[in-house]
Design a protein around this ligand. Structure first.
Ligand SMILES: Nc1ncnc2c1ncn2[C@@H]1O[C@H](COP(=O)(O)OP(=O)(O)OP(=O)(O)O)[C@@H](O)[C@H]1O
Ligand SMILES: [Mg+2]
Length: 362
């Protein structure tokens, strides 16, 4: 990050309640498209130097949020400040400190990869020599050096996406928006992107990342916000969300493999407080959803009293996929084919969400 950018961020952002400094502050943000409430009163904060993961199903409002925060779309109500600049009152200053990788590639097809990056460097007022050096550095980092002189129209989808990411990083932005940056990338390229994002954060950048990949959220994000139909429905650290949504599952391996069914039946019959049931799986383990350590002690005590031997025991937090499903009632898949074709947004009939009611807040 350049020195003047550091100063801008340090001088114009404010301390947050939890000790950090807010690089992005959003309050009561509303954006409606006709009857569609793309954003319906969104509040969020991204602490400086951290990554906020914004998760949500198709049509949740993620891209609209990124567009408002990039000054590309004007909100109907609410406020948003980025690095201290107001999206409505100071759009020009704001644009100078952000980088954006949109959901759809925005490189110039006719220019080569190197020309694209050089042009953006020049647009950002880098001297020619620096613009060339920065272009070459980023081409190298995103494994595009060999293809650097080919026009972007000849690039594969993954190569374009990498070029797009490199373009958003040219000016070493203080705040970077990544809108589903790795959708459609192969695992190796995805890892390259993750490494690069982590490097930028280590250098002090703040990142707002939308994603439908739970693994990506776990890998990169310090905190998560789950958005659905324009509203924030959950938020917090990954471990907090997991603990609040799903509780834990106790997994018990019996000393004698043929005892699993009897164990599960004994737990169900006992009807212990806070134990929602028990089942056996194909690996011969007995799984018991529990709320706290009290149930762990009670289940182990019960099995001991009934004469069952335990070979191994552990507890397991739900995966982030399970968390997402519990909160939104939808799979985390980015595959639109899994939606009802007659209702691609899942909203047309106004029917209530198949949503488990969970109270989760930051
Ligand atoms: N320019 C527009 N005109 C009309 N409706 C729009 C426009 N942009 C977005 N919407 C609607 O606003 C809602 C939110 O869209 P948005 O693109 O922000 O969702 P998203 O969370 O990014 O979805 P995805 O995961 O599919 O990218 C959707 O119902 C969408 O159809
Ligand atoms: Mg989107």
């Amino acid at each position: 990050m350049s020195v003047d950018r550091c100063i801008v961020v340090a001088m114009t952002t404010r301390r947050t309640d939890n000790g950090g400094t807010a690089a992005v502050e959003v309050r009561g943000l509303v954006k409606h498209y006709g009857p569609t409430k793309a954003l319906d009163g969104v509040d969020l904060e991204v602490r400086q130097g951290t990554v906020l993961g914004v998760l949500g199903p198709n049509g949740a409002g993620k891209t609209t949020l990124v567009r408002v925060l990039s000054t590309l779309v004007q909100p109907d109500a609410g406020t948003a400040r980025v690095a201290g600049y107001d999206v409505l009152k100071q759009p020009r200053q704001l644009r100078r400190v952000i980088g954006l990788t949109g959901q759809y590639a925005s490189v110039d097809e006719k220019l080569s990869g190197r020309e694209n990056l050089y042009m953006i460097g020049r647009l950002l007022d880098l001297p020619r020599k620096d613009a060339r050096a920065r272009a070459d550095e980023l081409l190298e980092r995103f494994s595009l050096t060999e293809a650097a002189r080919r026009p972007a129209m000849q690039y594969s989808g993954g190569m374009r996406r990498r070029l797009d990411l490199a373009a958003s990083m040219i000016g070493r932005p203080a705040v970077l928006y990544l809108d589903e940056p790795t959708t459609g990338l192969d695992p190796r390229t995805r890892n390259e992107v993750w490494d690069e994002v982590q490097r930028m954060v280590a250098d002090g950048a703040t990142v707002l990342l939308t994603t439908q990949y739970m693994e990506e959220a776990e890998q990169l994000a310090n905190e998560l916000t789950v958005i659905d139909r324009g509203r924030i429905i959950a938020g917090g650290r990954v471990a907090e969300l997991k603990a609040k949504v799903g509780g834990r599952t106790l997994r018990i391996r019996p000393s004698r493999p043929d005892a699993a069914a009897g164990m599960a039946a004994a737990i169900v019959e006992a009807g212990l407080d806070g134990v929602a049931g028990a089942r056996t799986d194909e690996d011969g383990l007995v799984s018991v959803p529990i709320l706290s350590d009290d149930q762990l002690t009670a289940v182990v005590g019960l099995l001991g009293a009934r004469g069952y031997g335990i070979a191994h025991i552990d507890t397991h937090l739900p995966s982030l996929d399970e968390v997402f499903l519990a909160i939104t009632g939808q799979k985390s898949s980015a595959d639109p084919d899994e939606r009802d074709p007659a209702d691609p947004e899942g909203a047309a009939d106004g029917a209530p969400h198949p949503k488990k009611n969970v109270e989760v807040s930051v």
